[in-house]
Ligand binder design. Structure first.
Ligand code: ATP
Ligand code: MG
Length: 470
């Protein structure tokens, strides 16, 4: 028996038994089989049944005592067992209309079902029949493509991609995740079918973008998106970064190439998806702010500020949540120049305190982004910047130890001011608190309640509050 080592979980024997009793054939299919051959861990198992997937799922779930979830509309059902999610579907034969990705579905054989899979490497199946348990069913030579590292559609790529255009982005996602190559005829077909992206929901697109960003070297995916012409349809703000303009023989760096380098640099240091998004978006303000100033050359003044303002629009356009993740990305885009600006100026404690205050708990991520942003063709420049950068890092640690600014809480609260001067909530309270905060950040007083209280008295007297309690 072949591939038996991949089918060690007893669920496979149980499904095999249930299918036999019901007189239908069942197979493990898709991602699970692919990942077995790649040696990747996979906790989703997809089972395809030549018959009713829901019925076999119900019987298997009953046998192992798991709770079944049925999705009638999709003809699927799933349950959890020993940490795995097992999903069942009836084998399908599909045809698509050109104006929608909702297929007309009929029951079919295993091979019909394999034909409507996206790639040969995702169309592999293991038999669960007792007589040939574990037998590989591979009508499109998927294992050969797996070994050669190729992404290829089982049918003519124009058919596969046009039927469900998401597959074009999935092809690029798998190329990026697995370092595989999309075969030339498939790549050409993606470029030809790019208009079909219009029928996709934006959530499905952003799910794939997340996976590209989470891959080991995200630039692989973004270069392919650009090369095939998909990127201007999905994220025009990123493809707008492309190109080098020349004036008086002076060019600026290609901000698309630079951005991808920064994303790859961040990916080496962190698997935080939203930090990777921040890296992707950190320079999106550049095209709008680009100027040529004869005395200094190319400048991008305020691109940090403009870029941060563009972030919510991009999240909305991709139907990504406008929650604290968006705010985090926005904040990092806004602050991405600050640590490097410190490197160039004299590094004062108060500048460090300001940075700690503005970044708060995201300071480490900001430093990761900022360090990743140091790219230059000139190695000497990179080394010099990185050394200065290390100094700023060191200072951050020292100042934070001394002054605890990172989670800054004003030692003087509104309640304290109201009680001391016997006043209701009013503008002056904010004024005093702001004054104390700035005094601490500027190093005029320490982050200490007694010193802050004395300063409060002083400021209150100055604005005519001190007498109120007398
Ligand atoms: P991952 O779980 O890493 O996202 P996967 O290949 O397992 O990758 P799933 O979305 O879990 O992707 O889908 C499981 C299987 O379903 C795939 O291996 C493939 O056979 C099939 N599949 C998924 N999406 C599509 C699609 N858009 N078109 C055709 N087949 C698809
Ligand atoms: Mg999967």
């Amino acid at each position: 028996m072949q591939n038996i080592e991949f089918l060690g979980n007893d669920i496979f024997r149980i499904v095999s038994q249930v299918a036999k009793e019901s007189g239908v054939r069942a197979y493990v299919i898709g991602g699970y089989v692919r990942d077995c051959f790649l040696g990747r861990h996979c906790k989703d198992i997809d089972i395809v049944v030549e018959g009713s997937g829901i019925e076999i799922a119900a019987k298997a779930a009953a046998k192992v005592g798991s709770k079944l979830s049925v999705f009638k509309r999709f003809g699927t059902a799933m349950f959890k067992y020993k940490g795995m999610e097992i999903e069942f579907v009836g084998a399908r034969k599909e045809s698509y209309r050109s104006d929608s990705r909702n297929p007309i579905v009929e029951n079919g054989t295993l091979e019909d079902d394999q034909k409507r899979r996206d790639f040969t490497i995702n169309a592999l199946a293991f038999s669960l029949q007792e007589e040939d348990f574990g037998n590989l069913v591979d009508p499109f030579n998927g294992v050969k493509d797996l070994q050669a590292g190729l992404i290829r559609t089982p049918l003519d790529p124009d058919t596969t991609y046009s039927d469900d255009p998401l597959r074009m982005i999935r092809a690029i996602r798998f190329a990026s995740q697995l370092s595989f190559t999309i075969v030339p005829e498939s790549l050409a077909s993606i470029a030809r079918n790019k208009e079909r992206l219009g029928i996709l929901s934006r959530e499905r697109i952003s799910d794939e973008l997340h996976k590209i960003l989470l891959s080991p070297k995200p630039s692989v995916g973004f270069k392919l998106l650009e090369q095939t012409g998909l990127l201007p349809k999905i994220l025009p703000q990123i493809s707008n970064l492309k190109g080098v303009e020349m004036v008086d023989g002076k060019g600026h760096k290609d901000n698309f190439a630079h951005t991808l380098q920064v994303v790859d640099n961040v990916a080496e240091k962190s698997d935080n998806l939203w930090l990777r998004w921040a890296a992707l978006l950190h320079d999106i303000g550049k095209p709008q702010t680009k100027r040529f100033e004869p005395s200094v050359g190319w400048t991008f003044h305020s691109h940090d500020y403009i870029g941060a303002k563009m972030v919510p629009g991009i999240f909305k356009q991709l139907k990504m949540p406008l929650n604290e993740k968006m705010k985090y990305v926005q904040k990092l885009v806004q602050l991405h120049l600050r640590p490097i600006a410190l490197v160039q100026d004299e590094v004062t404690d108060s500048a460090i305190r300001r940075l700690l205050f503005d970044a708060g708990d995201d300071i480490d991520d900001l430093m990761t982004l900022c360090e990743a942003d140091i790219t230059s063709k000139n190695d000497k420049v990179v080394i010099k910047h990185k050394n200065n950068f290390a100094l700023v890092k060191q200072k951050l640690v020292e100042v934070e130890e001394k002054d605890a600014i990172r989670n800054f809480k004003n030692p003087i609260t509104g309640e304290m001011i109201m009680a001391r001067y016997n006043i209701p909530p009013c503008r002056e309270i904010g004024e005093i608190k702001e004054y104390i905060k700035n005094a601490i950040l500027d190093g005029k007083i320490e982050n200490d309640v007694n010193q802050a209280y004395a300063l409060m008295e002083q400021k209150a007297a100055e604005i005519g509050l001190g007498d109120a309690s007398l």
